[in-house]
Design a protein around this ligand. Structure first.
Ligand SMILES: NC(=O)c1ccc[n+]([C@@H]2O[C@H](COP(=O)([O-])OP(=O)(O)OC[C@H]3O[C@@H](n4cnc5c(N)ncnc54)[C@H](OP(=O)(O)O)[C@@H]3O)[C@@H](O)[C@H]2O)c1
Length: 232
């Protein structure tokens, strides 16, 4: 910044989602004099490039976030994290209040069941596991920390999709690994479902566009989706 002038606005986006990345692009374009910072937890090894500045890693709870907001002179905080990232969203509410910084909550709305959808709606991952019928072939699109929960379903073939390769071999007795982000189109997701002879999808109701193509593909193929909802 020329002459060390204070920028008119410093916006901190709590990110880690495609919507947060799009928001950073829009804010950088619309506010050329503002400082736009996206915060990532650091879970993804090679996050996609982002417009503006990026900081990575936890803040150290509410107190750490309050400290960061003051130290960095944040004038607006935007929560654009994943809807199941509940801790950081709760911290953002408390920290924004304590620091006196306005908070804009932009977390996604859940998907709504459409005509033709065959959803088995459950509240927990445990209930999702128990709802899988015997000898099913399941596309599992959950974070690696949740996979172990399904290990006792020895009768089920799992196709696990993850962005990064797991650090240790997955605990599932019978599984295939598909590395990469969700496809953008229902056609591409349909090909995956057919190629692996998938009979059920297990996923969480994340909302947004980035992971929705598999839901459309399941609708077209008439496949049941075991959908874990949000309890809030
Ligand atoms: N949960 C999901 O299914 C999911 C899916 C896709 C993307 N993501 C993204 O992955 C990140 C982590 O998700 P999570 O479910 O592990 O979160 P979480 O349980 O809500 O947060 C756990 C801790 O991780 C740190 N953290 C989380 N998001 C952060 C961010 N954007 N910037 C800096 N620190 C962050 C915070 O640590 P401190 O307390 O030390 O600040 C937070 O207390 C989020 O940014 C989220 O948007 C999550």
């Amino acid at each position: 910044m020329p002459g060390n002038a204070v920028p008119p606005e410093t916006i901190l986006i709590l990110g880690g989602t495609r919507e947060a990345a799009d928001l950073a692009t829009d804010l950088v374009a619309a506010n050329p004099r503002a400082r736009i910072i996206t915060s990532l937890a650091g879970r993804t090894r090679e996050p996609a490039p982002l417009a503006g500045e990026v900081r990575t890693g936890g803040f150290g709870g509410v107190d750490g976030l309050v400290h960061y907001l003051h130290e960095t002179g944040v004038t607006r905080l935007i929560d654009a994290t994943h809807p199941f990232a509940r801790q950081i969203s709760a911290n953002a509410v408390k920290a924004a209040r304590l620091a006196g910084v306005p908070l804009d909550i932009r977390t996604r709305k859940p998907w709504e069941r459409q005509p033709g959808d065959s959803w088995i709606e459950v509240e927990t991952l445990e209930a999702a596991r128990d709802a899988i019928p015997p000898r099913a072939r399941v596309l599992l699109t959950l974070g690696s920390q949740h996979i172990g929960l399904f290990a006792n379903r020895e009768d089920v073939h799992f196709v696990v999709r993850m962005i990064d390769p797991p650090e240790t071999i997955l605990a599932l007795p019978d599984h295939a690994l598909v590395l990469g982000r969700p496809a953008d189109t229902a056609a591409a997701e349909t090909m995956l479902l057919i190629a692996h002879r998938i009979t059920h999808i297990v996923c969480r109701n994340s909302g947004g566009q980035a992971a929705y193509a598999k839901i459309e593909a399941a609708r077209q193929l008439g496949l049941p989706v075991i959908m874990v909802g949000r309890k809030d």
